[in-house]
Design a protein around this ligand. Structure first.
Ligand code: NAP
Length: 305
């Protein structure tokens, strides 16, 4: 016999746990299914200083607070990997590697991973000179020399943001052309402390226990260049992991679940929240906001089915 819940939430990051809080506070039962550990991407951020109303908190403490709040309200968090979601009449059947659950509605809150460069020491030095989030970690590098890897809007916005208080910002990109908006390129080109290092490949991350620099190679001349740095911000895109839901909801060309600000998907009874949905701004605040919107939409849907 499968256990029954009003709402099953897939993913225990900020969006998923926020959805659990709003579901429970609406008088409905929430089960959160999580493959690894609760907290999502934010647990890797040493200091969150851009969440309205909280001047400073570690990512870990923020995640712990969310988890404690959701579970104190009665949400259950179970560590199992979701394998499929299928409709059965007006119910949703959620199958995991540990069992089967029946739900009235499902909220997909599976997040998105930052695409890594895939270089030696990259993972090891996250928080020790390497970051995937300029708005979260940029202030740690005030007055220092940093680089941003990438040529999309995120990289350009990160470089603009960092140039306001870092002594120098290198923008490292693999092609001569930048993918990001022309306007952002123009803003960046007008900055005196920004140097474009284009058409290069990243060859090496330098350092012992933390990052101290990088080596890049010019794709045309083959010339190697060492750049001493205090920080490297990697902004080469995101990777959602929604392939198992491709038959359930419509995905966009990047693999994100198609949905607007109301967090409803192409499938009745399936909602989506946070970084895993099509959206322009992926921040802690927008993930929490999505959790609330998706949960309230799911609870309203439960009254109508
Ligand atoms: P993105 O647009 O996919 O750009 C990723 C960048 O990283 C590209 O320049 C790409 O190079 C480079 N890249 C990818 N894989 C790489 C690798 N293995 N090694 C080195 N470089 C690599 O990603 P994003 O900037 O995170 O933006 C994601 C989406 O959000 C986009 O649709 C973007 O427009 C949107 N966004 C919008 C705003 C805004 O509207 N204000 C702000 C941020 C993001 P190539 O160019 O050579 O492929």
């Amino acid at each position: 016999m499968s256990k029954e819940y009003d709402v099953v939430i897939v993913g225990a990051g900020t969006a998923g746990l926020s959805a659990a809080i709003y579901t429970q506070r609406s008088g409905k039962s929430a089960l959160v299914l999580e493959r690894l550990s609760y907290g999502g991407q934010i647990i890797n951020t040493p200091e969150v200083a851009n969440y309205p109303g909280i001047a400073k908190i570690s990512g870990f403490d923020f995640a712990q607070g969310l988890y404690d709040q959701a579970t104190a309200l009665g949400a259950e968090v179970v560590f199992e990997e979701v394998l499929s979601v299928e409709r059965d009449g007006s119910d949703q059947i959620v199958t995991t590697d540990g069992g089967t659950y029946k739900a009235g509605a499902v909220i997909l809150a599976t997040g998105a991973k930052n695409r890594p460069l895939g270089m030696e020491h990259e993972e090891e030095w996250v928080g020790s000179g390497i970051s995937y989030c300029a708005t979260c970690d940029g202030m740690f590098f005030k007055g220092k020399e940093v680089a941003v890897a990438g040529g999309g809007n995120t990289a350009l916005e990160d470089a603009i943001f960092l140039s306001d208080y870092c002594s120098k910002v290198y923008l490292i990109h693999r092609r001569n052309e930048l993918r990001g908006e022309k306007h952002l390129q123009e803003v960046l080109r007008a900055k005196e402390n920004v140097e474009f290092v284009l058409n290069v490949t990243m060859e090496e991350l330098l350092g012992t226990d933390s990052l101290s620099g990088i080596v890049v190679k010019d794709k045309e001349s083959g010339q190697l260049r060492q750049i001493d740095l205090s920080g490297l911000f990697i902004a080469i895109g995101q990777m959602p992991d929604n392939s198992r839901f491709a038959g359930l909801v419509s995905l966009d060309e990047g693999g994100y679940v198609k949905a607007g600000e109301d967090c409803t998907t192409s499938a009745s009874g399936i909602f989506v929240a946070g970084d895993t949905r099509t959206k322009a701004v992926r921040q802690l605040t927008t993930a929490a906001a999505d959790g609330a919107v998706a949960a309230l939409a799911a609870c309203a849907y439960l009254q109508t089915r």
